[in-house]
Design a binder for this molecule. Structure first.
Ligand code: HQG
Length: 178
C-alpha cells in the first residue's frame, strides 16, 4: 500500500472519523500517536518512521506533531467540532475559492457555505484554488473580496499550513473569474 493511501486514511481519521479505529481526539484535535499507529496499522501498514515521513513530506503540510511527538493532529479540514486554535488574522484584499462548475448556480444564489467542514476553505492564489476546484470536476474560481468582508466585520483565520478559513461568504463578496 502506498504512503499516499495511508495519508488519505490518516486524514479521514484525524478530520472526520476517529471512531473508525476506536480512538477519540481531544478538544484541540490531537490524537495519541501510539493509539493512532495501533489503530491505523490494522488496515494500513504504519510505523513511527513512516508516520514521521508522511508528516514531513506532505505537500500541503496537513499534519502537525506536538513537541515530543506523542500527539498528532490535522491542521485543518475537520468536519468534527474541534478547536485547532486557529490564529485570527487580517486577510489580504483578495482571496480565491476553487469549486466545480456544477456548484456555481447554488453558490451564486447562497454564497459559499462550509458544507460538511467547520469552515469555508480559501486559497491565497488563483492557481491553488483552481487545483482545489479540479477535485470537483470542471473547475471554476471565485475571487473573494476578503478585505471588504474583514472591514465589514467577518473573521478570518489562517491555519499553520497557509489555508485561509472563514465561516461563510455571502454572494455580494464573490466575483466569478471567467
Ligand atoms: C462547495 C482539500 C453548493 C464548495 C482542498 C466545495 C481544500 C457549495 C464543496 C480543502 C456551496 C465542498 C477543502 C453552496 C460551497 N452550494 N456548493 N452554497 N458553498 N460549496 O471538499 O473547499 O487535500 O468540503 O465550493 O485543498 O473543495 O483535503 O471543500 O466545492 O483546502 O487537504 O462545496 O480540502 O484539502 O467541498 O476543499 P469540500 P473544498 P485536502
Amino acid at each position: 500500500m502506498s504512503l499516499k493511501n495511508t495519508s488519505k486514511y490518516l486524514s479521514r481519521i484525524l478530520r472526520h472519523h476517529p471512531e473508525d479505529i476506536g480512538i477519540t481526539l481531544d478538544e484541540h484535535g490531537w490524537a495519541e500517536v501510539d493509539e493512532l499507529i495501533a489503530g491505523v496499522s490494522r488496515t494500513h501498514p504504519l510505523t513511527m518512521e513512516t508516520l514521521e515521513q508522511i508528516v514531513r513530506e506532505d505537500k500541503k503540510q496537513r499534519y502537525s506533531f506536538n513537541e515530543d511527538k506523542t500527539l498528532l493532529r490535522a491542521n485543518q479540514g475537520h468536519s468534527i467540532p474541534i478547536d485547532v486554535e486557529l490564529e485570527e488574522v487580517e486577510p489580504p484584499e483578495i482571496l480565491y475559492h476553487g469549486t466545480g462548475q456544477k456548484f456555481t448556480a447554488s453558490i451564486d444564489a447562497q454564497g459559499l457555505l462550509r458544507m460538511s467542514r467547520l469552515y469555508v476553505h480559501l486559497s491565497a492564489d488563483c492557481d491553488t484554488a483552481k487545483t482545489v476546484g479540479q477535485r470537483h470536476g470542471r473547475p471554476v474560481v471565485y475571487r473573494v473580496l476578503s478585505g471588504k468582508m474583514y472591514a465589514d466585520g467577518f473573521r478570518f483565520y489562517r491555519s499553520v499550513n497557509g489555508v485561509w478559513l472563514t465561516k461563510a461568504v455571502p454572494p455580494r463578496y464573490l466575483e466569478k473569474i471567467t
